[in-house]
Design a protein around this ligand. Structure first.
Ligand SMILES: C[S@@+](CC[C@H](N)C(=O)[O-])C[C@H]1O[C@@H](n2cnc3c(N)ncnc32)[C@H](O)[C@@H]1O
Length: 354
């Protein structure tokens, strides 16, 4: 998804998002988007918050902002009727006409709040993506045999900066602290990476243009609102990751990706492998910033040595799946390591350990 694509009509955007929801099994959100399409045609209350963003690029994911706005009202206990349809609030998925009635009543009553939700970018912090990234970090550790210095842009609350504090189980190996509240059970489809590679994170830091603080209950509620309301496994995963983060919060600076990275790259350490990482962030950068970002990364790569190697690890859209790619320097070779669902598992690992 890039903003350089030719513009799509809001109806095409709704349909693409609806299909995306269907594809990952969110029947509730697919049905809600059907109702949004109806209101767009007849100017109903669900369409009103979208009026200011009709021309936004597809990559801005404006419908996710609307869905999160509705979910936030439900989670904060101010939409009892709609909550009856939201499993995250104790309801159950019912796709009949009452869903449309409850949605429209909520959109009328909370119109101002939904309008404000449309000006805030999507900040889903999905710890399931750690199960995709882990293999990439292990590949860097295996290649260079050095502690890692991890720099994540667009880190949101920084939950994926804590990837090594979660537990991952494969058939006959495991990685991460056994007592971690977040456990991934066989996230790989048909075999994963070699989990026995020694991996130490010597330093971790991230940036986000609007970071969320895992120790703030308001920010935790916002993070929960970005999870699709009928995906209770994802909510449980988020809550478990938040428990880890609250105990020892990661550093996430409030900064723009390009300027922050530029500053970070001035301070590279010897005998550490620097890894610049991002997951589902590139579509939110302006085209010029994306270019500057790649120039920075490639410039840093060109200066890398075997004592101060450099890696660029990214999980970004690749059509129906997300793709995990790794470029390492010296050398500058790029590998497609894995494909996965957009929120993480199942991960199809492409470089088998045996
Ligand atoms: C879809 S979220 C993904 C968050 C996180 N990477 C994850 O995968 O869980 C995109 C994140 O990128 C951040 N973001 C967007 N544009 C940015 C920019 N120019 N500089 C820094 N962060 C940015 C947003 O605030 C948001 O937290």
């Amino acid at each position: 998804v890039t903003s350089a694509e030719s513009p799509r009509s809001i109806f095409e955007v709704v349909e693409a998002q609806r299909l995306g929801c269907e594809l990952v099994g969110s029947a509730l959100y697919a049905a809600i988007l059907d109702e949004v399409a109806v209101d767009l045609r007849r100017g109903g209350p669900l369409a009103r918050p979208l009026e200011t963003v009709l021309d936004a690029p597809f990559g801005d994911a404006v419908l996710l902002r609307l869905l999160a706005g509705l979910h936030h009202v439900v989670l904060s206990g101010r939409a009892a009727r709609l909550a009856g349809h939201y499993p995250s609030a104790g309801g159950r998925v019912r796709l009949g006409p009452e869903l449309g009635v409850a949605l429209r009543a909520t959109a009328e009553e909370h119109a101002a709040e939904l309008a404000s939700a449309m000006v805030v970018g999507v900040q889903t912090n999905e710890p399931g993506r750690s199960a995709v990234l882990l293999g990439g970090y292990l590949a860097v550790a295996a290649e260079f045999g050095l502690p890692l210095e991890v720099l994540e842009v667009g880190a949101s609350a920084g939950l994926n900066l804590l990837f090594d504090r979660y537990r991952y189980l494969d058939v006959d190996q495991a990685f991460g602290p056994p007592q971690s509240p977040l456990v991934f059970e066989r996230p790989w489809f048909g075999g994963g990476p070699d989990l026995s590679v020694p991996l130490v994170v010597a330093h971790r830091a991230g940036c986000d243009r609007a970071p969320l603080d895992p120790t703030s209950s308001a920010d935790r509620q916002r993070l929960r609102s970005y999870v699709w309301a009928d995906q209770l496994d994802r909510l449980a995963r988020l809550d478990a990751a938040l428990e880890v983060a609250v105990a020892d919060p990661p550093r996430v600076d409030r900064a723009d990706a390009v300027s922050w990275l530029e500053g970070q790259l001035l301070r590279r350490s010897l005998r550490r492998a620097t890894v610049v990482v991002h997951t589902i962030v590139f579509q939110y950068l302006r085209t010029a910033d994306r270019r500057r970002f790649v120039d920075l990364v490639e410039g840093a790569g060109a200066c890398a040595t075997i004592e101060a190697p450099f890696a660029w690890l990214r999980m970004e859209p690749g059509g129906d799946s997300a793709e995990l790619r790794l470029t390492t320097w010296p050398g500058g070779g790029t590998r497609l390591l894995a494909t996965s669902a957009y929120h993480g598992p199942p991960v199809v690992w492409r470089e088998r350990s045996s």
